[in-house]
Design a binder for this molecule. Structure first.
Ligand SMILES: Cc1cc2nc3c(=O)[nH]c(=O)nc-3n(C[C@H](O)[C@H](O)[C@H](O)COP(=O)(O)O)c2cc1C
Length: 148
C-alpha cells in the first residue's frame, strides 16, 4: 500500500472533486492519501510520498492559481527528488486547441526537472467529452496506484 499526496489545481472545483473521489476510493483499497488544496513546496519536501497531480488548465494553458505557488517554487528551487514516483491527471477542454491540458505538461516538465519518475501515462480529461471528471479519474488512479 502506498502513501500518496494529491496536488490539486482547480478553478471551478472539478479537479478538486476528482481528487476527493480518488482519495475516497484509494483509501478503501488501503492506501494513505492526502489531498492538498493549496499545496506548498514544504508539503512535498518534508516527506517522500508518491505525488499525484490532479489539476485543471486555466488561462492559456496555465496552472490554476492555487497550484501556481508550488509550480513556481519547484521551477525556481528545483529540489531534487530522484526516482520519486509521480502521476498526472489533467482536466482541460479540447476547444482550447494548442493549450489543451497545458497545465499537465507544465507540471510534468517541472517534476522531470527534479528527477522525479513518472508512473503511467498522463490522463487527460476533456470537458467537451465528459461532465463527470471524477468518473474517469478514479478508475485511472486505482490502476496508477497499483503500479507504484
Ligand atoms: C478562463 C478559462 C480558461 C481555460 N483555459 C484552458 C486552456 O488553456 N486549456 C484547456 O485545455 N482548458 C482550458 N480551460 C478549460 C478547463 O480546464 C476545464 O473546463 C476544466 O474542466 C475546469 O476544471 P476545474 O473545475 O477544476 O477548474 C479553461 C477554462 C476557463 C474557464
Amino acid at each position: 500500500m502506498a502513501a500518496i499526496r494529491i496536488l490539486t489545481g482547480s478553478v471551478y472545483g472539478g479537479a478538486l472533486m476528482s481528487a476527493r473521489k480518488i482519495k475516497e476510493e484509494l483509501e478503501v483499497e488501503g492506501h494513505k492519501v492526502v489531498v492538498l488544496e493549496n499545496p506548498e513546496l514544504v508539503d512535498i519536501t518534508d516527506n517522500d510520498d508518491a505525488l499525484l497531480v490532479c489539476t485543471s488548465t486555466t488561462g492559456e494553458g496555465e496552472v490554476p492559481p492555487n497550484l501556481l505557488p508550488l509550480y513556481v517554487d519547484l521551477k525556481d528551487q528545483l529540489p531534487q527528488q530522484p526516482g520519486r514516483p509521480f502521476g498526472i491527471i489533467v482536466l482541460g477542454d479540447s476547444s482550447y486547441g494548442d493549450t489543451f491540458c497545458g497545465a499537465g505538461d507544465l507540471m510534468e516538465e517541472v517534476l522531470f526537472e527534479t528527477a522525479a519518475r513518472k508512473v503511467g501515462d498522463t490522463l487527460k480529461i476533456d470537458a467537451l467529452e465528459t461532465l463527470e471528471p471524477e468518473a474517469e479519474a478514479a478508475p485511472w488512479a486505482k490502476t496508477w496506484a497499483a503500479g507504484l
